[in-house]
Design a protein. Structure first.
Lengths: 229, 226
């Protein structure tokens, strides 16, 4: 903790010195154009090292370090072909872990079609193309489990009344959404800590929510994120 | 056969489970903890019905004190790629790169090249903003684009430590309930770049999402000077 604070403080000290010198340059020269675009050097070639579309995709579904590195330098056009099958294998491996813990045969506990109606190949193919969908003319929600505009009793099975996958707000619980899509089955609550025998204890693991909510403070004006802590 | 599958699965999870990863924070060995590490990407309407879109990219994180955090790297070019027609090739690009305490923005513009290498689109300047310290400095361009760059609270939230137990096969009960779960990222900060831009500058999408709605398909890359 102290080390963290020390590094943090040091970085600001350097930053302050830097900004000060920059401002001094302006003052001494008396020319506010000393740092304009025309005098700044931007030449050179830049090679891609990291990629991100949706949160958590590379983290959760890439099977190993080599795949994680490869995903970061793969074009979106090639991602489904390169990663969908290994993502699907990893999705099944997650289910095998809980099959074992539950004392069941791993062959009997598999991914189940989710609230989007996606089977495993469809879901992993969709997620493998790691881009964020952003609707310019609709309310933003990464997904909003619990929305049921037509009151048909389904949590969010697409039947024409949903707005979702339209971007990502700072408040959106993207981890819970991801967990629901991966482990929730077609009703979104397949593994949610159910007490199946009524003895007051959970008999199924809780995999559809990590239990935490937003802790950072959010501003209602640009840039929306609050000052560092 | 079945036992082999079980043991392989568990060993596999145990190895992977110790790697510190979340959202895109620290997601891969070659970028983890570097100044190029993308932590998060947000995109949203600032208010319902707005004709603008807010794009926020978080680089770096101090969730672990050993990670790079605290200043933008002049060798790292950030790109926001936007595909309009759904072919997953960028049709317009916004770039950001720091120089001498300022963040310079370029685009949105049709990129001169697509693929894994880029050059700064110097012929399409968008604007620049002094990199903030703890209080936010915000600039609005003549086109109505708001710009920001500087340290901010990390809004990502995740009980990451329990996640590691879950995928490691060490949490039979799964995740904790609301009363016991802990946000690993509570109190951490990130280096944020924020843009609020009129949709008309990005173009009109014809791409569809999984629910059939018209969407931009967007992704972030960081690119290191060669």
């Amino acid at each position: 903790m102290k080390l963290s604070n020390l590094i943090y403080a040091s970085s600001y000290f350097v930053a302050i010195l830097f900004f000060t010198s920059c401002n001094n340059d302006d003052d001494f020269s008396g020319d506010t154009d000393t740092m304009t675009d025309t005098e700044v050097e931007f030449s050179g070639t830049y090679a891609q090292v990291d990629h991100m579309g949706r949160p958590g995709i590379n983290t959760v579904l890439s099977a190993d370090d080599e795949t994680k590195d490869s995903q970061n330098t793969t074009l979106p056009t090639d991602m489904a072909a390169n990663f969908a099958s290994s993502f699907e294998a990893r999705l099944e491996a997650y289910h095998d872990v809980y099959a074992t813990l539950l004392g069941a045969d791993p062959d009997d506990v598999n991914y189940e079609t989710n609230i989007l109606g996606f089977d495993a190949p469809t879901l992993t193919g969709y997620l493998a193309a790691d881009v964020l969908d952003i609707a310019p003319n609709l309310p933003t929600t990464y997904f909003n489990p619990g929305t049921d505009a037509d009151g048909d009793g389904r949590i969010l099975v697409p039947d024409g009344d949903e707005v979702g996958l339209t971007g990502r707000t700072l408040q959106d619980d993207v981890i819970d959404v991801s967990l629901i899509l991966l482990f929730g089955g077609e009703e979104g609550d397949r593994f949610s800590g159910q007490d199946t025998d009524g003895d007051g204890e959970s008999d199924l693991p809780r995999l559809t929510s990590d239990g935490v909510a937003l802790t950072a403070s959010i501003s209602d004006s640009f840039p929306y994120l609050s000052s560092p802590e | 056969m079945k036992k082999t599958k079980i043991y392989l699965g568990l060993a596999f999870m145990a190895i992977i489970g110790v790697v510190l990863v979340a959202a895109d924070h620290i997601d891969a060995p070659s970028t983890a903890g570097t100044t190029a590490d993308i932590a998060d990407f947000y995109a949203f309407e600032p208010t319902e019905g707005s004709d603008n879109t807010v794009l926020i990219v978080d680089l770096q994180s101090n969730v672990d004190p050993s990670l790079a955090y605290g200043s933008f790297d002049e060798d790292i070019l950030l790109e926001i790629n936007v595909d309009l027609d759904g072919d997953l090739v960028e049709d317009t690009v916004i770039q950001a790169i720091p120089r001498n305490g300022k963040m310079y923005f370029f685009g949105p513009v049709v990129p001169t090249q697509t693929g894994l290498t880029s050059e700064v689109l110097v012929d399409s300047p968008l604007g620049s903003i002094e990199i903030s310290e703890s209080s936010a400095i915000v600039e609005t361009t003549d086109d109505g684009v708001k710009l920001f760059a500087g340290p901010r609270q990390d809004a990502f939230y995740f009980d990451f430590n329990q996640f590691n137990l879950v995928i490691g096969g060490n949490a039979p009960e799964g995740f904790k309930d609301v009363d016991e779960a802990v946000d690993t990222f509570d109190g951490s900060n990130t280096m944020a770049i924020a843009i609020e831009i009129p949709n008309i500058m990005l173009g009109t999408p014809t791409a569809k999402n999984a629910l059939g709605l018209d969407v931009y398909k967007a992704w972030i890359t960081t690119n290191r000077k060669q």
